[in-house]
Design a protein around this ligand. Structure first.
Ligand SMILES: [Zn+2]
Length: 349
């Protein structure tokens, strides 16, 4: 693929418009056609914002994952509705989400929904006249991350989280292959749990699981991997350090590896050189957790620091993480600055 230097990209999610937040809390009042309309309208908003910013890579903003039924878990057969979260009050955090029990062998007879999301995005981007250089990226959670919200069930052969992940792997792989067959040229295989829990698990085991997940699509599409430190309710989990994950994670079969930098004040920046030796490196250049709005000049200065370690044609620029936990007005301006800052540097190359 012929990509321009300092490609601008996103991780995947984008904030819901206010009306979508409201509607998703009252989905029972909508019919299936109303919901389809809501989803298409929401994706249109996300796509318009991203195109207006001038990004090279856009997503559907994950606008259609509104509730259990419309999420990946809703596509899984063999699980029950989410249990009540262990903690319901107090400061927001990841422990305020429930988990699903496994009641029967895990299956996804109609796929996991990412293909449908991609087709919707493709149609909307076409209707909006997205420029030819814009790449449409799909995102699909990997089996380890998906397994985190499922309670293992030894009676069904799912003894622990790893066993659940192994059972999900073929379902995820099939969805990834369907995306490639549909013409999807870039896929983010999201495994935030791997980078969040790398400090307490066997990182080599993560790499093996990741590589087996993507083995059928490697070389057939651009595979992206985001080293996430957690952003649910804009909170991190686990130590925010890349070094302990390396060198093992460098063996992951991906074409682009994304590292969170802006919120960590660019600590460990020199490690992007190691990443870029084998693949493109995407750098989180915009802090999605801060309401300080980066200026194009801030962005340009950050890019120049990255260029001390990697060549421009190996460097992709993105926010630190998905933007779903950032207010839309701020997300929009941060993306605009990201693209404007990249252009400032591009002119001097
Ligand atoms: Zn993230």
């Amino acid at each position: 693929m012929d990509l321009r230097p300092l490609r601008t990209s996103v991780i995947g999610s984008y904030p819901f418009p206010s009306w979508l937040e409201h509607a998703s809390a009252h989905l029972e009042r909508f019919g299936p056609d109303d919901i389809a309309e809501l989803q298409a309208d929401a994706v249109t908003c996300a796509v318009k914002d991203q195109l207006a910013a001038g990004l090279d890579v856009i997503t559907d903003g994950e606008q259609t994952r509104l509730d259990f039924n419309l999420s990946f878990y809703g596509h899984l057969r063999g699980i029950d509705l989410e249990s009540a979260p262990p903690r319901r009050w107090g400061p927001p955090a990841h422990d305020q989400r429930g988990r699903h029990r496994i009641l029967a062998p895990l299956e996804a007879p109609k796929g996991l929904g990412a293909l449908e999301e991609y087709r919707r995005l493709e149609g909307i981007a076409r209707d909006l006249g997205a420029p030819g250089r814009v790449t449409l990226k799909a995102s699909m959670p990997g089996p380890y991350t998906l397994s985190g919200r499922l309670v293992p069930n030894p009676d069904l052969g799912y003894a622990d989280r790893w066993a659940v992940a192994e059972a999900l792997l073929p379902l995820v792989r099939r969805e990834l292959e369907a995306l490639v067959a549909a013409g999807c040229r870039e896929i983010s295989v999201d495994e935030p749990s791997m980078s969040c829990y790398g400090h307490r698990e066997d990182v080599r085991r993560f790499v093996d699981l990741f590589n087996r997940t993507v083995e059928a699509i490697s070389g057939r599409t651009r595979v992206c991997m985001h080293l996430c430190f957690g952003n649910y309710k804009a909170r991190a989990i686990g130590p925010r350090q890349i070094a302990p994950l390396f060198p093992a994670f460098l063996d992951m079969h991906c074409d682009e590896m994304h590292v969170e930098m802006a919120s960590r004040e660019f600590s460990e920046l020199e490690l992007i050189g190691q990443v870029a030796r084998r693949r493109d490196v995407a750098v989180g250049i915009v802090d999605v957790k801060s309401y300080y709005l980066e200026t194009p000049e801030d962005i340009a200065a950050r890019i120049r620091r990255c260029l001390e370690h990697v060549p421009a044609d190996r460097l992709v620029l993105a926010p630190d993480c998905g933007l779903s936990q950032t207010a839309r007005w701020a997300a929009r301006r941060k993306l605009q600055s990201l693209c404007a800052g990249a252009e400032l540097v591009r002119q001097t190359l």
